[in-house]
Design a protein. Structure first.
Length: 147
């Protein structure tokens, strides 16, 4: 009797664990697809090798997870959301820069960052001339993003 009860409990636990893993895998699929697509873009842009591509995929997964974690703040606390969004961007750039190890890769990264600064500054000036609010300017500038 005790063996049957133990067996039943173990099978229920196993079924619950498998169901949880299945649900977690199913809900992670869109993020996983986005991470893979972003990684493919990085691989072609920076000519990453296999090891770098694996690390870039991990960076993209972390970025997606971090963005999902702060998504609720987008409506409840916009200033905090923007600060965290900016930190996610900086962390992603730093991690990406860390995996680049050839002169060509670093040059491409530096050019991308320079182009991004130019675009952001131009947008900031344009919106300042339009007398947009500081919050609107910062949100719009943050939306200009490239890796």
């Amino acid at each position: 009797m005790k063996m049957r009860l133990l067996s039943l409990l173990l099978s229920l636990f196993a079924a619950h664990t498998l169901a949880a893993q299945s649900t977690a895998t199913h809900t992670a699929s869109p993020t996983d697809a986005d991470s893979r697509k972003a990684t493919e873009t990085l691989v072609s842009k920076y000519q990453l090798n296999a090891d770098q591509a694996k690390q870039a995929y991990q960076i993209q997964q972390r970025k997606s997870q971090n963005m999902a974690d702060i998504a609720a703040l987008q409506t409840s606390d916009v200033a905090l959301y923007q600060a965290k969004w900016h930190n996610v961007q900086k962390g992603t750039w730093t991690s990406l820069r860390r995996i680049l190890n050839t002169e060509g890769q670093v040059a491409t990264y530096q050019k991308t960052q320079a182009d991004l600064r130019v675009l952001r500054n131009a947008k900031r000036k344009e919106m300042t001339l339009q007398k947009a609010s500081k919050e609107t300017i910062e949100y719009t500038v943050l939306a200009i993003y490239a890796e």
